[in-house]
Each structure stands twice: as structure tokens, then as C-alpha cells.
Ligand binder design. Structure first.
Ligand code: ADE
Ligand code: ZN
Length: 331
């Protein structure tokens, strides 16, 4: 099973690049940029990663992102991630980044996107990993700040496939950004949104009806609304589920309680992703393995999950066909 999970071609569709900042890199970038960290060493950083909910994680995560200052920093971060998931046989990635986390501390939008995009281009050339890039609006900030971020992104429209919505969910419904996402769609981009991670099923409805999302990020609380589950199945709206993240942030008490298998059995287009691997204890294969062991996923389930990751991606039909053929051949 471990070999199947490792070797099967797969796409990662829910990955915050800032969440791939390993403690060792946090220290080396802090040194490079003359930033003092409130930790003695990388081990102390790891010890601090005991989260009780989404907000307790976000507080530490935004603090960690402060070491990212130059284009080279963003390049190095992204390149390290690509090399890591290459070893997991990830063939395609769709990467989130949070522009406001950087622009709000004086790092220009351009610095972040240039560094990330250059590394993604090199990843395609040198590692054969195709990619899409998805800036996310921070939902705890204002609509005005999101509009402002969209303006800054427009000169880079050719590098961007979709816009997303992330950060603290409770009290920040998709509804708050309906007008921003309307403009996003008018500009020709796709939309995705975190919903139903900590927030209620109603936020998933809002993401569908007011943001017109093509995927729901997390979405595990959809089970609280049978009509919603039926809708997600009928329309095959993908859920980008992140098993280790959900356990680390106490969305489920333990992996055995996770509803991933239940959602898969109900015919939903479920995918497995790592969210913030440096903070949650693992990359793609780690997430697959943890879910497989706890939920007794079969080889057939693993193949379905890999196929779902291609179906749910934003790559063109031809390329999808190529990847699906590769998965079939492996299967
Ligand atoms: N930003 C990074 N990881 C996130 C998550 N799991 N939920 C919301 N915002 C995030
Ligand atoms: Zn996320």
C-alpha cells in the first residue's frame, strides 16, 4: 500500500506555499534577513506547533511568514516544496499564496509572485511538475483590502488561474467577499474558497451560490446538510480535503473519526492534500498514508483519489487525459 501511495501520479490542489516553511528554513531566512525569532532553534519551533483550533495555528503561521522578504526567499521556499513533492510523485500542483500577508508588512506583491512563479517555472522545466497559481484573499481583512489586492494582481493576470479565500473562517463568511469575487470572475478568473473547515455548511452554500466556486477547500462540514451533500455529489464539485491538517487543528479528534472515506463512498469528488505541510506533520504521501491506515482505504480508493485530483484540477482537457492515462497505466 505504501508503494502504491508513493508511486501513483497525483496532483496537489490545496497547498499554501507559506505553509511549507520548515523550521530550518525559517531560521536560515531569519539569519539572511537579520530578523530575530522568538525561538532558540528549529526544534523549539516544532515544539510550539501544538494547535487547538484554526486561529491558534494562524497566529503562529503569520508570524513565521515574516521571514519571507526577498524574491529569492519566495523562490527558495517554493523550490524546496517542489523538490519535496517530486519525491512523492506529485505531477501537478495548484499553489495558494497570501499576498496580503506580505504586502501588509511592506513586501511588494511583485516580490512574492515573481519568486514563487520563477520557481514554479523551473519546477516544470527541471522536475516536470505542471502548475497553477492561486492568490487568496485573507477573509479576516476587509473587502476593500481584497479589492486592493486584486488590483495589484491584475498586471500578473497571465500567471494566475484562480483566486481563493482563506484565513479565519468563523465570522468571515464568503458573503463578505461576494462583490470582490464577482469582479474576479468578470476579469476571467476561476474561484475557489475555504469553506466548511471550521465554519458551518451554510458557508459552503455561500461559496457555491455567491462566489461560484469551482472547488471547495476542506468542505468536511458538508455532512451536516444532506441536501448540500446531494448537491456536491450531483454537480461533482470537488472537495480538497486535508487529513493531517484537520487532525492538527482539531476539526476531528483523531484520524479514525475523519469523514473522508464516508464522503468518498457517497460519491463525492474528494481529493487528499497537505494544506500547510511544515506545520501539520506531513506532505502528500504522509497525508495519504495517515488517512489510508486510519480509515482502511483500499487500493481502489487510492486510485480514485488520485484520479479525482486530476479531474478536480484546472489543467486543460488534453493534459488531464494524459495524467489520467498515466494513473490508469499505473493502476
Ligand atoms: N491558511 C493556511 N492554512 C489555512 C487553513 N487550513 N484554513 C484557512 N486558512 C489557512
Ligand atoms: Zn488551506
Amino acid at each position: 500500500m505504501e508503494q502504491i501511495i508513493r508511486e501513483i501520479p497525483k496532483a496537489e490542489l490545496h497547498l499554501h506555499i507559506e505553509g511549507t516553511l520548515e523550521p530550518e528554513m525559517m531560521f536560515s531566512l531569519a539569519q539572511r534577513n537579520n530578523i530575530k525569532l522568538p525561538f532558540k532553534d528549529p526544534e523549539a519551533v516544532r515544539k510550539a506547533y501544538e494547535f487547538t483550533n484554526l486561529q491558534s495555528f494562524l497566529d503562529i503561521y503569520y508570524q513565521g511568514a515574516n521571514v519571507l522578504c526577498t524574491e529569492q526567499d519566495f523562490y527558495d521556499l517554493t523550490w524546496a516544496y517542489l523538490e519535496r513533492v517530486h519525491a512523492d510523485n506529485v505531477c501537478h500542483v495548484e499553489i495558494f499564496f497570501d499576498p496580503q500577508t506580505h504586502t501588509d508588512r511592506g513586501i511588494p506583491f511583485q516580490v512574492a509572485i515573481q519568486g514563487i512563479y520563477s520557481a514554479l517555472q523551473d519546477g516544470e522545466k527541471k522536475l516536470g511538475i505542471s502548475f497553477k497559481l492561486i492568490p487568496c484573499f485573507l477573509r479576516h481583512l476587509s473587502e476593500e483590502s481584497a479589492f486592493n489586492t486584486l488590483e495589484q494582481a491584475l498586471p500578473y493576470r497571465d500567471w494566475i488561474s484562480a483566486f481563493g479565500l482563506d484565513s479565519g473562517e468563523a465570522g468571515n463568511p464568503p458573503e463578505k467577499f461576494a462583490r470582490v469575487f464577482q469582479k474576479v470572475r468578470e476579469e476571467g478568473f476561476l474561484t475557489v474558497s475555504h469553506a466548511g473547515e471550521e465554519g458551518p455548511a451554510d458557508y459552503i452554500w455561500q461559496a457555491l451560490n455567491l462566489v461560484d466556486v469551482k472547488r471547495i477547500d476542506h468542505g468536511v462540514r458538508c455532512v451536516e446538510d444532506a441536501e448540500l451533500v446531494a448537491f456536491l455529489r450531483e454537480k461533482q464539485i470537488p472537495l480538497t480535503v486535508c487529513p493531517l491538517s484537520n487532525i492538527k487543528l482539531c476539526v476531528f479528534k483523531k484520524m479514525q473519526d475523519h469523514n473522508l472515506k464516508q464522503l468518498l463512498e457517497q460519491g463525492l469528488c474528494v481529493t487528499i492534500n497537505s494544506d500547510d505541510p511544515a506545520y501539520f506533520g506531513g506532505y502528500m504521501v504522509d497525508n495519504f498514508l495517515a488517512a489510508q491506515k486510519a480509515l482502511d482505504l483500499t487500493a481502489k480508493d487510492i486510485i480514485q483519489l488520485a484520479k479525482n485530483s486530476i479531474h478536480a484540477s484546472f489543467i486543460d482537457a488534453n493534459k488531464k487525459k494524459q495524467y489520467l492515462t498515466a494513473i490508469e497505466a499505473f493502476a
